[in-house]
Ligand binder design. Structure first.
Ligand code: ADP
Length: 396
């Protein structure tokens, strides 16, 4: 039986897909359809014959998935030949209801719809992707894999905000955590690299991409994580502020007359590195820093200082740490961030090897021999994790 899973990540104006071999992690093809609903759409498909691109209007998510299927037909590989085992969907918010990947049925769709207020930008698009795939693949099992699921093991003292207790029961206000698919993949991969069983390890995982989050993983279970009820809390990100004093909202509203929507927009889209230095892409920020831009320098320092605070906090949460694992675009590629974030933590048993840390391509062990805590760089692979988890659900 085939281990192939079509992984779909539907965003508000884009649809990404990968045809994954869940066993090996090889992507037989992948692609993205962007600017859905805009006058000029764009699509890219990478298959056995290389990459093809085209630009034409794509009216809806349904048209986007049809365009992807057409690309498989025209450029390969043929989906009939690979005999898909399932379609795996990335779903951002599973609330407190979903602690594991789940087979899609009408009840799941209703429950994910109820969670839309917690993820208004993401869940509607994810649902759209599910509905479209159900129509186009009526005979295939569809599996929802939630960004929040891995963090459902957080203990109550970690997920509870110190607010009136009925906020949790009545409004679902608590920490959920995100990037769980990446954190779980990276934790498993770290255990493999260390040649140890995940159940005996304490790990701090740092996912530093456009979005950034940290987690403390005890015995393979997430026990603390930096993103909260929404993906805004925690580390400094490309365009998101991460932690800030909640009284700032009131100040902006009362003193400056800003609307809640405007405050939300600025904290999500115009803060973080972009807010501080005018640039959210880390490579651009590095160029500005190299050119001596003081705003870029400060942004880098704020970014790394925040990571260091979380490493310290999660060290305390875990008691002992076997490994700190860096992943995603910045985590994997920026030796400077790793060095700055871990600088001065030798008394905690964390010692980088400057030579290893600086070595491309950026996967492997970067701590010094004899460092009590191993520091690893791991390439995350959320598509593979979604494929593996989807396959496990259908084979159960
Ligand atoms: P996403 O969260 O969208 O999946 P990625 O994991 O691809 O994002 O990370 C994107 C970030 O990684 C960008 O800020 C990008 O500039 C940064 N990045 C990618 N390559 C490098 C590199 N070689 N050096 C520093 N930063 C990098």
């Amino acid at each position: 039986m085939s281990d192939h899973v079509l992984v779909i990540n539907a965003g508000s104006s884009s649809l990404k897909y990968s045809l994954m071999d869940a066993g090996s992690g090889a992507a037989a093809a992948d692609g993205v359809i962007e600017r859905i609903g805009e006058p000029q759409g764009h699509r890219r498909h990478r298959g056995p014959d290389g990459e093809t691109e085209s630009s034409d209007p794509i009216a809806s998510h349904e048209d986007a998935l049809r365009a992807a299927l057409k690309a498989f037909e025209t450029h390969g590989p043929s989906l009939d030949d690979v005999e898909l085992a399932a379609v795996g969907h990335r779903v951002v918010h599973g609330g407190a209801r979903f602690g594991a990947p789940s087979l899609v049925d009408d009840a799941l769709i209703a429950e994910v719809s109820e969670l839309v207020p917690l993820a208004p930008l993401h869940n509607p698009a994810n649902l759209e992707g599910i509905e479209v795939a159900r129509r186009l693949f009526p005979d295939l099992p569809q599996v929802a894999v939630f960004d929040t699921a891995f963090h459902q093991t957080l203990p109550p003292h970690a997920y509870t905000y110190a607010v009136p207790s009925d906020w949790l029961e009545q409004h679902g206000i608590r920490r959920y955590g995100f990037h769980g698919t990446s954190h779980s993949f990276v934790a498993e991969e770290a255990a493999r690299r260390l040649g140890r069983d995940l159940t005996e390890l304490n790990l701090i995982v740092l996912h530093l991409g456009n979005g950034c989050s940290a987690s403390a993983v005890h015995g393979g279970r997430s026990v603390e994580t930096s993103m909260g009820m929404t993906p805004l809390e925690g580390l400094v990100m490309g365009t998101r502020s991460g932690d800030l004093d909640p009284a700032i909202h009131g100040h902006l509203a009362r003193e400056l007359g800003w609307s809640i929507d405007e405050i939300d927009r600025v904290l999500n889209s115009a803060s973080g590195l972009k807010g501080l230095a005018g640039e959210n892409d880390f490579r651009e920020l590095s160029r500005l820093r190299a050119a001596g831009d003081p705003r870029a320098e400060l942004a880098f320092d704020v970014y790394c200082h925040r990571i260091k605070k979380y490493v310290g906090a999660y060290y305390a949460v875990l008691g002992t740490v076997d490994a700190i694992v860096f992943t995603a675009g910045v985590g994997q590629h920026s030796a400077e961030v790793r060095a700055a974030a871990l600088q001065g933590l030798e008394r905690l048993g964390i010692r980088l090897d400057p030579g290893r840390n600086a070595e491309p391509p950026g996967t492997g062990t970067v701590s010094a021999d004899g460092s009590e805590v191993t520091v690893l760089v791991v390439a995350t692979n959320e598509e593979w994790q979604i494929a593996r988890q989807a396959l496990a659900v259908v084979r159960r």
